[in-house]
Design a binder for this molecule. Structure first.
Ligand code: ARG
Ligand code: ZN
Length: 884
């Protein structure tokens, strides 16, 4: 059942064209698939093996002739057709499916009465028998027949070429997609939908009709998605010279969707939460996510659709690259520094911990049981870091040259990560021999740096040691190329201009194309141990290492606290300025955890408070940056740094520091709340989001003190807020403290929003991720609440996903948190294995905890794996978690 990259074989049958006919019905749907097949192997009539799951086979015809039963073998996962012609032929397969009973939300299914599809990665095989693999590319024509009243709108990929009425109140539409594509990009939507329409004129003058489809009442909430789409189309033309290639672009929002969204050719399908927004129903974070994901799916049209993956091991070819592109898009739309900080946070919290656990895998995995389990932060976010490193090494212009060559060579093809790498290197006439290892080695490299200044010689030396840790199945690792971006600060806190650096025997000179001096050097660290010496360094500098997080590594350096405070105050690199504060925060938290475990008194030194104070009162800084700088490292980040994670101690310590900051900076925080009121008219752009984020961080600090006057401040904001961002921020602040006020506002919020699922989900999540003691019982109760529905993935993520993010409650000593999640996993696995498997992941780091918790978590994992009829999805995550 396990599939390996090394076993890849090209298909022996090409599918040149595919005509699909869907007869959509309430009891069953009939799918007729007519394929023009071109055998690739000469001589020998080899069998044609097609993938298929949960299909009822009706008939098979070859060149119009019924194929005899003796030539047909049907198994649970395949249809094997024997003695196929060795010359091109027409294959027609008729199958029956029941989309209304499909709870897995892959293949063709129903969501709120409408038909929709999700085929990536391997969902097309739940629609019809097919070679369900991305290197089989075909020209699709799709005819949809359905009841006209129930399903007035019929959509598929490409251009609408015909439509009309049929008998019995039915109608039909025919869609033709001129671009060859793999079946994972197929989409169909049928239902009662209305659209917001707009147009975009491309750089070459093509008029593109843009339509965003939702149920009638939601159309007003699609304005921001439409603006984001137009911005994305423009951005891709300007930054990458990539133009849209059809006259129509559709987006459909559906409430039941396993993931975020899907880039089906010209018919993107989205989880509603990533399309629908209004000031009163979505927060700043939602608006930002919509912009990013609308961009992401649109960008896939070139990086994913026009050039696609040869096989699923290459997923990062399209996902890493497209995440990188959406990150850059969002940076250009908002604040580059803040976006980078947010992206690195996510990488460190989720991906670094995945890379250190039993599910660790390279950006290009070597094997999988269920591909859906490999839509991971490693493939996506670490993959994006790998793409970013090309840009750091080759420069923006060099990166663009590589992209241009990539499209020139591979437009219309299904390719591998090597081909992307080759385009990048060839376009720049360069080669970095150890760079490809990023695709094959799992684990986060540890980069240890020590520095020394020689006053006499005026040199500054940076000594690097890199080690890639062992991961499951990979006991030995090679050093790989890490771009280390370095700046040197003089005693005034200004960047020194860097002239040259010596590495071994070679001397690199730095200069900008425009002749100005260089203040950030990119060192190429590619050996286990290596030294770089900067020349002409006039005074002892403070080194700013790994600027902009130039490589996805754990940096360990000998930098002193004094220098970290200096960087926090002065670094010109916004990311590293923030990072200096985080490094200090992590050290502080780890020190206090040791005290806490020994039962000693906790204390926060003045320097830390003063460092934060100066950031908080510096009016020259971007306020969203200030909000980020005020945020302490997360509990899980600290847990990752401990030999045995102690969630209770970490939580106590973090709460303690928060309260210390709040009481010491009370005046400044109050001022931040009072001087940053939201404008009456809500605006999601960075300029307006920034003061809101600072105000709301300040508010959360103040409310942590649990004093009546401060609580009132939040209550006032809760009651008077004119937008959901402020309202939810006040609610979140208030619900930190157990008691009557908390339960009152929560009840009030539900009352006000119970008609709106997306907002109600925030209400579920807020309670589920609460750290208040004994919350496990509360979450168990919420499973029975009318606001919850286990069939809707958003609700599962809001309740169970959010619950797992509260370490004190998920890792409750008595094992009750583990039992709760395992109960849900087993119940959900029968309905939706993909989502169930996602809920198993929080268990995977169970070995990081004390013996008691280990035993409790292991018992639940064993309970899961020993359950009869378990899906491959859940089995893979649970069993791998137990083995490693
Ligand atoms: N290609 C989609 C995206 O990145 C993700 C779809 C993944 N779906 C799945 N069931 N694994 O935008
Ligand atoms: Zn994607």
């Amino acid at each position: 059942k396990e599939i390996f990259l090394k076993d890849y074989k090209a298909p022996s049958f090409a599918f040149e064209t595919l005509n699909l006919k869907f007869q959509l019905g309430e009891e069953h749907t009939v799918v007729t698939s007519s394929i023009h097949v071109i055998p690739k192997t000469t001589g020998g009539k080899s069998p044609l093996v097609l993938d298929g799951e949960n299909l009822k086979l009706v008939s098979v015809k070859i060149n119009g002739q019924k194929l005899g039963d003796d030539k047909i073998t049907v198994s649970a996962r395949h249809l094997t057709l024997a003695s196929m012609p060795s010359t091109p032929f027409d294959l027609e397969i008729v199958t029956e499916i029941e989309p209304q009973n499909n709870t897995s939300l892959e293949g063709l299914y129903k969501s709120s009465g409408n038909f929709c599809t999700q085929c990536e990665a391997e969902g097309f095989r739940k629609i019809t028998y097919y070679q369900d693999r991305p290197d089989v590319m075909s020209k699709f024509t799709t005819r949809i027949e359905a009841d006209q009243k129930l399903y007035p709108v019929l959509l598929s990929n490409g251009n609408l070429v015909d439509q009309g009425k049929l008998t019995d109140g039915k109608h039909y539409a025919v869609w033709e997609d001129p671009f060859r594509k793999p079946c994972y990009l197929f989409a169909l939507v049928a239902g009662q939908l209305l659209s917001r329409d707009d147009t975009f004129t491309t750089c070459s003058g093509r008029q593109v009709l843009l339509r965003i489809w939702t149920p009638a009442e939601d159309v007003p909430k699609t304005e921001y998605a439409m603006e984001s789409l137009k911005a994305a189309m423009k951005w891709d033309e300007e930054v990458f010279g990539l133009e849209y290639d059809l006259d129509l672009f559709n987006i459909v929002a559906v409430p039941d969707f396993n993931m975020g969204a899907m880039e089906n050719k010209s018919l993107n399908i989205f989880n509603s939460k990533l399309v629908l927004a209004s000031p009163q129903t979505a927060t700043d974070a939602d608006f930002a996510a919509i912009e990013g994901v609308i961009g992401h799916e649109y960008f896939h049209n070139w990086t994913g659709n026009r050039v696609t993956c040869r096989d699923w091991f290459q997923l990062s070819l399209k996902e890493g690259l497209t995440v990188f592109r959406d990150q850059e898009f969002s940076s250009d739309m908002g604040s580059r520094g803040v976006k980078r900080i947010a992206d690195v946070c996510r990488l460190r919290i989720s991906q670094f911990s995945q890379d250190a656990g039993p599910m660790a895998h390279p950006v290009r995995p070597h094997s999988y049981i269920k591909m859906d389990n490999f839509y991971t932060v490693t493939v996506y976010e670490k993959g994006a870091e790998v793409v970013r490193m090309y840009q750091t090494l080759l420069g923006k212009a060099g990166f663009r040259k590589g992209m241009d060559l990539y499209f020139k060579r591979h437009d219309g093809q299904a390719v591998t990560c090597e081909e992307f790498l080759a385009a990048m290197f060839d376009a720049n006439q360069t080669k970095f021999p150890t760079f490809p290892l990023w695709y094959s080695q799992a684990g986060t490299p540890v980069l240890t740096v020590t520095t020394s200044y020689n006053a006499e010689a005026q040199t500054f030396t940076i000594k690097c040691r890199q080690e890639v840790p062992q991961t499951p199945g990979q006991p030995e690792k090679e050093p790989m190329l890490l771009p280390l971006a370095v700046g040197l600060l003089d005693s005034k806190g200004h960047d020194m201009s860097l002239s040259s650096v010596k590495e071994g025997a070679s001397l690199h000179n730095f200069s900008n194309p425009d002749g100005s001096s260089v203040t950030t050097a990119v060192l190429r660290v590619d050996k286990a141990e290596q030294e770089f010496t900067f020349l002409d360094v006039k005074e002892k500098p403070v080194a700013s290492l790994l600027r902009n997080f130039s490589a996805p590594v754990r940096l360990v350096s000998d930098i002193s606290d004094k220098d970290l405070f200096f960087l926090l105050a002065h670094d010109s690199d916004e990311f590293n300025r923030w990072e200096a504060g985080q490094t200090l925060g992590r050290k502080l938290m780890l020190n206090l955890v040791t005290l806490q475990q020994k039962g000693e008194k906790l204390r926060v030194d003045d320097a830390f408070i003063e460092g934060l104070r100066s950031i908080l009162i510096d009016s020259s800084l971007d306020k969203e940056f200030v909000a980020k700088a005020l945020t302490l490292p997360g509990e899980s980040e600290v847990a990752d740094l401990m030999p045995i994670a102690d969630p209770d101690a970490i939580h106590e310590v973090r709460r303690f520091i928060i309260k210390q900051i709040a009481s010491n900076l009370r005046q400044e925080l109050l001022k931040a709340v009072k001087t940053n009121p939201s404008a009456e008219l809500y605006d999601p752009t960075h300029k307006h989001r920034a003061p809101r984020s600072l105000k709301n961080s300040a508010l959360a600090y103040l409310v942590s003190l649990d004093e009546p006057a401060l609580t009132d401040l939040a209550l006032h904001q809760y009651k008077t807020a004119s937008n959901l961002t402020d309202k939810v921020a006040a609610l979140a602040a208030l619900s930190q403290n157990p008691g009557e006020i908390r339960s009152d506002v929560l009840a009030n919020f539900y009352d006000q929003y119970k008609g709106d699922n997306l907002v109600t989900n925030k209400w579920l999540a807020l309670q589920a991720m609460s750290d208040i003691p004994g919350n496990v019982e509360q979450v168990r109760k919420l499973l029975e609440h009318p606001a919850f529905d286990i069939r809707n993935p958003n609700k599962v993520y809001s309740l169970i996903g959010a619950f797992c993010s509260s370490a004190v409650n998920f890792h409750a000593k008595d094992g009750s948190g583990y039992a709760l999640v395992a109960d849900v996993v087993l119940q959900l696995d029968k309905l939706n294995p993909q989502v169930a498997a996602r809920m198993v992941s929080p268990f995977s780091r169970w070995r990081r905890f004390d013996e008691g918790r280990q035993a409790a978590a292991k018992a639940q994992l064993e309970r899961i794996t020993s359950t009869n009829g378990l899906s491959d999805n859940v089995y893979e995550i649970a069993s791998k978690s137990l083995v490693a």
